[in-house]
Design a protein. Structure first.
Length: 121
């Protein structure tokens, strides 16, 4: 829905998207005319090989690559609350067998704060 609204707002203009080397290009894919879209890779996402993971009541995943990296080395305790920052991160959680997770109702920090505040810890 966000991508479609963005495309409507842009109309016939062009957009430059600074992205990671593994971007899903969710917004860009919504453009019918791909000539309106330019991508520039400005950072590389690499999985950390060694993790020192402290005990936590809430796990917040901000990208699919976060999920892949974490679950390749760690497991979720059934007492932990799991949050996906958005739908693509949620899909990656599902691929890793995590079905009990939350997504904020509102995009951004305030949506995340509201969600965490409403959790029963």
């Amino acid at each position: 829905m966000t991508a479609q609204e963005f495309v409507k707002t842009i109309r016939k203009s062009t957009c430059l998207f600074p992205i990671s080397n593994i971007s899903n290009r969710t917004i860009q894919k919504a453009f019918i005319d791909q000539n309106q879209v330019s991508d520039i890779v400005v950072y590389s996402t690499k999985e950390k090989q060694e993790l020192s993971v402290p005990q936590a009541d809430v796990l917040i995943f901000t990208s699919p690559s976060n999920v892949r990296s974490y679950y390749s080395r760690c497991n979720v305790d059934s007492k932990q609350q799991v949050i996906a920052i958005g739908p693509s991160t949620g899909k990656e959680l599902l691929k890793n067998g995590i079905v009990d997770y939350h997504i904020p109702n509102e995009v951004g920090e305030m949506g995340l704060i509201d969600l965490v505040a409403g959790l029963r810890l």
